[in-house]
Design a protein around this ligand. Structure first.
Ligand SMILES: Cc1cc2nc3c(=O)[nH]c(=O)nc-3n(C[C@H](O)[C@H](O)[C@H](O)COP(=O)(O)OP(=O)(O)OC[C@H]3O[C@@H](n4cnc5c(N)ncnc54)[C@H](O)[C@@H]3O)c2cc1C
Length: 528
């Protein structure tokens, strides 16, 4: 069973160790967990009465509640405090492309807005019904959950075509049965869908070797209110602008992606994750950049700043191993400025050996300390479970959210410091930290996490979050970063989009949207 008021499965938790609890209370003060509303007390407003129905529509309260919100911080607060702004009036579960076409025709005639729903893990309000004051048409949410098959696997060309609603584990399970992998692992992997990844331009944790979803998406089908577009999977083409780039990141504004063809690879022979400690942030950044620009064949790299490194070390339940590590690091003269780098190597045995050897050299040159393989193994083991920490912290009275951007390498140090300073000033007390996650030859993504106390009321909690989010987002623009490296625009980042796209750019997107969706029924209020 999925949690109705949090993330993921009810049976999975991320318990907070006593050390971690003390750590958070020392920094943020003792916190109270405001009582959660009971599921039974959430009043789901009756759906809009439609003059004609459709056999695929469901109107029951439970289904409408489950599709009312995504996984953004305001969504979590709304669920915990029982402040649901709006429910879809109906939810449909199409089983074929033709069902989707029929539903879009029905939606046009019934005068509803339409929200495509993949896994519902959007952290930017992407699947939430538009505010009534922005669009009061009834809401039809279309879940892609039943479009979840592997339609075709071309083992010669390494191309696989899936229904867009296929969730991460089913993408991998269906490929692994044939010894292939897509290798796309966002932290939300277990509950997000292929269509959602394409619609939000998602980045998987191992983007260094597999690439972001943009490089994996080879073609597909999108049903729009104006008709169907099918994009063939071609290895390359000079036939004008690439329409795949319009579908990538379209966030349900242009239509519903029903099928996606992705570039897959044979399963790697070996995959190992390692950890290295660097003496400080500046040294860590240099080491990361050098490794990436030298073309070291890694599958992932993540460099935590000193605060995040310390927080990471507080989280494990068994602190005796961390104690041994701390003693070793002290003996090696590492101070509280130390920064943890995690990296992975995946591929043939030869390539893995080569990548590891190159990283040993980078570590040596930058006075790093190679940690036991346990650290990398632990990270890999809990890479999807750490998503559950947000609910655990909430239950201890602490709120956690993230902010992400990407900048060129020369701006990484100043952007990191500027955004951290702004977050620290926006609300007090706050614990703000960051890591560089996805690395490119010309820059890196900066992923900030901020923890603060949940307020006694929904209003107080949201006010604190808004102060942090607005200050952080403005700081991102002030350092010339993108407003989002991977989470997409949705509602939360929409006010900050124009500087990156320009007025004319936004107008161009709006015109494209008008030609595919003249009545503006698709996911109003998101992206543009
Ligand atoms: C704990 C957690 C960790 C996360 N980690 C990462 C991460 O590591 N990397 C990352 O990139 N993101 C991450 N995210 C964000 C989120 O998981 C991604 O944006 C993901 O791509 C959304 O996929 P989904 O299937 O859940 O889409 P949804 O949330 O259902 O939808 C997202 C948007 O896409 C649209 N959409 C969905 N399916 C379709 C479709 N078939 N056709 C047209 N439009 C569609 C929706 O209307 C909406 O606007 C994380 C989220 C959570 C909660």
């Amino acid at each position: 069973m999925l949690r109705w008021n949090g993330y993921g499965k009810e049976t999975i938790t991320y318990p907070l160790s006593e050390t971690a609890r003390l750590y958070f209370s020392q920094i943020l003060g003792r916190a109270e967990h405001p009582p959660d509303v009971e599921r039974a007390s959430v009043i789901v407003r009756p759906p809009h009465p439609f003059s004609k129905s459709h056999p695929l529509l469901q109107f029951d309260d439970e289904t409408r509640l489950q599709h009312a919100l995504g996984q953004s911080f305001p969504d979590l607060a709304a669920k915990r405090f029982g402040q649901f702004p709006r429910f879809p009036d109906a939810v449909a579960f199409p089983e074929s492309d033709q069902d989707v076409t029929d539903l879009l025709v029905w939606a046009r005639t019934a005068g509803t807005q339409v929200i495509p729903f993949g896994g519902g893990t959007s952290v930017v309000g992407g699947v939430n019904p538009a505010k009534r004051e922005e669009d009061d048409r009834p809401v039809l949410t279309i879940s892609l959950a039943r479009l979840n098959d592997l339609h075709d696997l071309d083992e010669v060309s390494h191309l696989a075509t899936f229904g867009a609603g296929t969730l991460g584990p089913y993408v991998e399970a269906q490929l692994r049965a044939h010894d292939f992998t897509l290798g796309h692992y966002p932290q939300s992997f277990e509950h997000s869908s292929l269509g959602g990844w394409v619609a939000t331009r998602s980045a998987g944790q191992q983007s260094l070797s597999y690439g972001r979803i943009e490089s994996l998406f080879a073609g597909g089908t999108i049903e729009t209110p104006s008709g169907r577009i099918t994009l063939p999977s071609l290895p390359a083409s000079a036939a004008g602008p690439d329409l795949r780039q319009l579908i990538l990141g379209s966030e349900g504004r242009l239509g519903i992606i029903t099928k996606a063809t992705v570039r897959v690879r044979p399963l790697p022979e070996t995959e190992i994750f390692y950890g290295v400690m660097f003496p400080d942030w500046t040294t860590g950044i240099h080491a990361a950049r050098e490794a990436i620009q030298a073309g070291t064949p890694l599958s992932m790299m993540r460099l935590s700043n000193p605060t995040e490194t310390e927080t990471f070390l507080k989280l494990p339940e068994h602190q005796n191993q961390v104690g041994i590590l701390r003693s070793l690091l002290k003996w090696k003269n590492f101070t509280s400025e130390k920064c943890l780098m995690l990296f992975g190597v995946s591929g043939s045995n030869t390539m893995v050996r080569f990548g590891r050897r190159a990283m040993v050299e980078v570590t040596r040159q930058h006075h790093g300390f190679w940690l036991t393989e346990l650290i990398g193994r632990q990270w890999a083991k809990s890479r999807f479970r750490s998503a559950y920490l947000r609910d655990t912290l909430w239950e201890h009275g602490y709120a956690i959210d993230t902010l992400e951007t990407a900048v060129p390498w020369n701006a990484v140090p100043i952007a990191s410091q500027t955004i951290l300073n702004v977050l620290a000033d926006a609300v007090s007390p706050v614990l703000a930290m960051l890591h560089l996650s996805h690395m490119y030859r010309d820059g890196a993504s900066l992923y900030f996490t901020f923890v603060f106390r949940v307020g006694a009321t929904w209003e107080e909690t949201i006010q604190r979050w808004r102060a942090l989010k607005a200050a952080g987002s403005k700081a991102v623009l002030s350092v010339g970063g993108t407003i989002t490296h991977q989470h997409g625009v949705g509602v939360e980042h929409r006010p900050y989009l124009t500087p990156e796209k320009s007025e004319l750019g936004i107008e161009t997107l709006r015109n494209v949207q008008k030609s595919l969706d003249p009545l503006g029924i698709m996911n109003p209020g998101k992206l543009i």
